[in-house]
Design a protein around this ligand. Structure first.
Ligand SMILES: Cc1cc2nc3c(=O)[nH]c(=O)nc-3n(C[C@H](O)[C@H](O)[C@H](O)COP(=O)(O)OP(=O)(O)OC[C@H]3O[C@@H](n4cnc5c(N)ncnc54)[C@H](O)[C@@H]3O)c2cc1C
Length: 390
């Protein structure tokens, strides 16, 4: 039965997943009360601009949603601290909230390194403002981690005239998931940055970053981009099914408790197509999750088995990855015949495309998404040409 006007929805987490869930519920016709519990003082906003336009151009990351218009009660600066599934109550720093349906959308938090020195991480508007203030011409910026955040911060810092060093423990940017051939190509994009791979960090000290070999890299600012983790601590006693990435959900984003959903970075979604759980920690998953959860609450349609996707803007290029490749999939690096754009495709033992990476060539990404969704078999001959159809 479609929930009526007395059905109470509580959404915990005021990021893109939480904000979009509220909006999707209203556009799907939900008329009951919605309460959004947000640890931050702001209305929900978008995080991708924080490492891009917010650093270089003071871009506004706002979602353009008016929560008064949506008739959503937003509790700003309030944190959920516990969940009682028997009484259907969420404990918060501002008292208890009863729900009929609960949506968990608490995202993840940056991993920090040992040491007493200041570590700048990038997750909130305040983090971006703090970082923007130190990215001045000539500032010595040491970035730990050559991942997506590290690369985007390096791009902004270079553009603002900083002297940028990046320390990466692996063999190259994303060498673990993508392999040496792709990592080498990605590393070539870091021109102008002192990129030190296979370099471990002991701690962040008062004067800079101390490496495992004892060397100290002096820094005016240390930016740590070594990953993020979902905080499941406040849910521990609730007994929901969880795995090492987050709360387990189905394609509707429903947890092991039918009255509770989880969307975005906190969710670990089952994919029938992949026969495994998907946890990307990226924007697309949060927005798709919000739509799927709202539709399921409204019983209007089944969640889709979305092909995972993310993008990153770095060193003047748009990088896009779609799909999810397996450890044993074959990798073919692809070159554009006339430009320096390139990509990579992963193919499984049945010659099906499982994933595609494109650097500066969105058209290939669009074709790859369809091939992956259709489980299309491809002829691997000629795939090294980025313009060849999949
Ligand atoms: C700097 C940056 C750049 C990014 N760039 C890209 C990109 O280019 N492409 C891409 O695909 N993805 C990108 N991402 C990832 C994308 O932004 C995230 O996947 C997305 O924000 C996840 O949305 P979410 O709603 O799950 O979590 P979040 O957006 O993290 O929101 C969670 C909210 O819940 C709040 N919260 C946490 N715990 C509690 C609690 N107990 N009670 C109440 N509230 C709580 C948090 O304070 C936060 O406001 C980027 C992320 C960052 C940080």
């Amino acid at each position: 039965m479609t929930p009526g006007a007395d059905h109470r929805v509580v959404v915990v987490g005021g990021g893109i997943g939480g904000g979009r869930t509220c909006a999707a519920l209203r556009s799907d016709g939900f008329t009951g009360p919605i309460t959004l519990v947000s640890a931050e003082e702001h209305d929900p906003y978008d995080r991708p601009p924080l490492s891009k336009g917010c650093l270089t151009d003071s871009a506004d990351p706002g979602l353009g949603l008016d929560f008064d218009d949506l008739d959503v009660r937003v509790l700003r600066g309030v944190r959920a601290t516990g969940l009682d599934r028997d009484t259907k109550t969420v404990a918060t720093t501002d008292g208890d909230l009863a729900y009929d349906t609960l949506v968990l959308a608490t995202g993840s938090s940056p991993v920090r390194l040992p040491g007493a020195g200041e570590q700048l991480t990038l997750r909130t508007r305040e983090d971006a403002e703090k970082l923007q203030a130190v990215l001045r011409p000539g500032a010595r910026v040491v970035i730990v981690g050559a991942g997506w955040i590290g690369a985007e911060v390096a791009t902004a810092a270079l553009g603002l005239g900083c002297s940028v060093t990046c320390v990466e423990a692996g063999d190259g940017p994303h060498a673990g998931p993508f392999g040496a051939a792709v990592a080498e190509r990605l590393a070539a994009m870091w021109e102008g940055v002192d990129l030190r791979t296979r370099t471990g960090v002991e701690e962040v000290g008062e004067s800079g970053v101390r490496l495992t070999d004892g060397t100290v890299l002096p820094a005016d600012a240390v930016v740590v981009g070594v990953g993020a983790r979902a905080d499941l601590g406040w849910l521990a006693a609730a007994g929901l099914d969880v795995d090492r990435h987050g709360v387990c959900v189905d394609s509707d984003r429903r947890t092991s408790d039918p009255a509770i959903y989880a969307v975005g970075d906190i969710a670990s979604r089952w994919s029938d197509r992949l026969s495994q759980r998907v946890h990307t920690g990226h924007w697309d998953e949060a927005t798709n999750g919000a739509a799927a959860a709202a539709a399921s609450i409204m019983q209007s349609r089944k969640g889709t088995d979305d092909v995972p996707y993310f993008w990153s803007d770095q060193f003047g290029c748009k990088i896009q990855y779609v799909g999810q490749h397996g450890r044993n999939d074959r990798l073919v690096v692809r070159d554009h015949p006339t430009t320096d754009r390139w990509g990579a495709v992963w193919i499984d033992s049945s010659n099906r495309v499982t994933a595609h990476l494109s650097v500066g060539f969105p058209r290939a990404m669009v074709a790859a998404r369809t091939a992956i969704a259709d489980r299309r078999e491809v002829d691997s001959e000629g795939l090294s040409d980025l313009t060849a159809p999949l």
